[in-house]
Every structure is written in C-alpha cells, then in structure tokens.
Design a protein around this ligand. Structure first.
Ligand code: GTP
Length: 235
C-alpha cells in the first residue's frame, strides 16, 4: 500500500510542506492539485519548499538508478525540476491571483465580445505530462458588468492553468473565476487541448484532442447567441 500524504507528515513534522499543510487543515481548506494555496504560505517559505522538493527529487533520481554524482547531465536536474514545478509550471498553486483592474461598464455595452485563441499550458494531474491548448472566451456584458483589460483574461487563465489539472475541472475553474470578476449576462468558454499523456506515452495517439465548452446565462438560453459565438470563434 502506498503511504498516504498524512503518513509522510508524521515522518517529517519539521518539513515546510507539513507546516503549510497544518495551516490548510486547520482552516479546513482544500489542497487538491488544482487548488491555490498561496494564502497559507508565509514569506520565504516558497524557497524552503523548493529546497524540500529538490531533495525529494534527488531521491527519485537515486531510485531511478541514475549516477547524478558523475553524470554531468543530471547533476543539477533535481534543482532545475524543483524550480520548474514551484516557480514556473505550477506557480498558479503557490502565487496569489494576479492583480486585475476592473472598470465599470459606463457605456453600458451589451454586445458579444470574444477573446481568443489564448494559448494555455498545463500538466495533467494523473501523469504530470503537459497539456497544451487554446481557450476562447465569449462575454455578453450588461450595464452592471465589470470590464477588464484584454491582457487580464490571459493572466487569469494562465494562473488557473499553471497547476496540475484535468481539463474538465480547469475549464470550470476558468468559468467560475471570470463569472465572479465580470458578472456578465452570459459567459462562454471553449477549451481545446492536446494531452501529452496520450501523445507521448500510453495509447500514443498524436491526433486526439479534448474539447470542452461551458455555457452560462445568455449563452445557455439563447441558441442564436451561442451559434454566433461558435461561428466567430472558429474563423
Ligand atoms: N478526463 C480526463 N482524463 C484525462 C485528462 N488528462 C489525462 N487524462 C486521462 O487520465 C487517465 C489516467 O488513467 P489511468 O488508467 O489511471 O492511468 P494509465 O493506466 O497510466 O492510463 P493510460 O494513459 O491509458 O496508460 C488516462 O486515460 C488519461 O488519458 C483530462 O484532462 N481529463
């Protein structure tokens, strides 16, 4: 039987990951792979966490029977991969949400707006293999909606995607976040992505993609609006 995370906690109560875990547990918060835990990390702890991950990765390389002492290619691999996980590809778990300026909809715009394709990068929670794809966002604002800068769609979506994800949950997290920020009459999200756990390994199907769509409010009720979004998005 593989050890549970909490059993490791008992083994290394002094580890920074366990201090963070204890705070999250005390707050009764969730810390799944695609949850953001920035609120529970104190200043300076991210570097400590990276050092802890590096040490564990060194153990993984050791168990893979790689001679990291004399193999010049892998001598620094544990450090590089730890940095890549904490500071780069999974930074959306450890960093707070990017600042987003919201502007009131003074002109009371209520026409369809589409942003995309936005390139997204993530990794699947199951194998930690890359997911690379595109997202399109459709917004139907109303006079009470907030407007945000175009680049902020990219920043918010990148923040959600830079965590181990499964596509169905990722697309819902993106929709929930944009719904909360913008409060539009309608919101449409389509995500189409390549999963390298299918291309590189396993079934090795290099053509199959996954497409998800989330339609809310006006896009759900109004078939004409939905058709207009889907037609414009694919041009
Ligand atoms: N639904 C869903 N599945 C995903 C996603 N990313 C990867 N997967 C799949 O997750 C599954 C994990 O399956 P398991 O049977 O537990 O693992 P496995 O035996 O290594 O799977 P194979 O890939 O078939 O070799 C695989 O079928 C992947 O293709 C995703 O975003 N959504």
């Amino acid at each position: 039987m593989p050890k549970k995370g909490s059993e490791y906690a008992a083994a290394r109560p002094d580890a920074v990951s366990q201090r963070i875990r204890a705070r999250i547990t005390k707050a009764k918060a969730r810390f799944h792979a695609n949850d953001n835990i920035a609120a529970f990390i104190k200043e300076g702890e991210l570097d400590e966490l990276q050092a802890e991950v590096q040490e564990k990765l060194r153990g993984v390389l050791e168990s893979l029977v790689i001679d990291t002492d004399s193999d010049h290619n892998t001598q620094d691999t544990a450090r590089r991969v730890a940095k890549m996980f904490i500071k780069e590809v999974f930074h959306g778990r450890y960093q707070p949400m990017p600042a987003v300026t919201e502007f009131p909809n003074i002109e009371r715009l209520n026409e369809l707006m589409i942003v995309g394709p936005i390139t997204v990068r993530s990794a699947c929670s199951h194998h930690l293999c890359p997911i690379i794809g595109k997202v399109w966002v459709g917004i139907m604002p109303n006079e009470h909606s907030n407007l945000i800068g175009l680049s902020k769609y990219v920043r918010l979506i990148e923040w959600v995607m830079s965590r181990p994800q499964i596509q169905e949950e990722a697309v819902t997290q993106v929709a929930d976040l944009l719904q909360e920020r913008l409060q539009p009459d309608g919101l449409a999200i389509v995500m189409e992505a390549d999963h390298f756990c299918m291309h590189w390994r396993g079934v090795k199907d290099v053509d199959a993609k996954m497409t998800n769509s989330v339609m809310r409010g006006a896009f759900l009720k109004d078939a004409t609006l939905r058709r207009e979004f889907l037609a414009l998005m694919h041009r």
